[in-house]
Design a binder for this molecule. Sequence first.
Ligand code: AMP
Length: 293
Amino acid sequence: MLVNSHKYGRRTAMKIIQTPKEMSEFSEKMRGEGKKIALVPTMGALHEGHMSLIDIAKKNADIVVVSVFVNPTQFGPNEDFAAYPRSLEADAAACEERGVDVVFAPSASSIYRKDASTYVVEEEVSANLCGKSRPNHFRGVATVVSILFNIVRPHAAVFGEKDAQQVSVIERMVRDLFIDVEIIRAPLVREKSGLALSSRNKYLHGAQLETARRLSQALLVGKKMVEDGCLNIHRVKAEIVNQLSRSSRIRVIYVEIVDAKTSLPVKEIVPGKCRAALAVWLDQTRLIDNMVL
Ligand code: AMP
């Protein structure tokens, strides 16, 4: 499927590809022509955070593929898979405007056979943080990213530090399995208010949006403590929890201080090398945020 061509001075039209077979064939052709391919995996409902990943992909490759796939295997049984915002038309338009070459939007049945029984499980990085509160989440992520890598055959893939633990899991997976894909980290993009951009912000309304700003504010308080010389993990963590708990809408799932690159637990804070990561329930919406301290 082709969408509006020749907009914004593009020489070729952006493609929307919906089957793994067509995607693989396109990538093989591009590789044959010596083109470098970068993949930006997403679940759609694209915002400026995703667009920043696309910009980085464009700087690092000749061909940018954005996958839009709400991956069923990374959602738990009581999570928001059904409610997750889906807006392929608007996503494709945004991608085209940003200069993406291919939007790969496969159906779930083309990615997973009914009797699929093979998963990729990373066991150490996945054990903390979101891995504890979302059993099997990272198994779903590692599996779908492996599948996407096998179909798209990218030279590089861009992941955002909004999901810092996810990048750490993918980096570990690529290292352990000798997967020949360069993993590029993209910085977390925030609104002016400090709120980390997220597709799940669409679930928030009115006063909830106000409350959501407390996440980054709490992290900033932690960062300031470290800048002022407090390197005690328990005190910094406790203060972040304290800041969050001032709102009755917020229930803390976790606040942890981890290694900024590996997302593994640390014993002491090393300024610039540690990351405070948190997850909360804001009413019925699960939100995450993190900041290097
Ligand atoms: P998602 O569609 O939420 O699965 O996210 C797809 C990719 O975009 C992941 O690598 C995310 O980390 C990244 N991403 C989402 N929100 C942001 C943000 N605010 N800043 C940077 N990257 C982001």
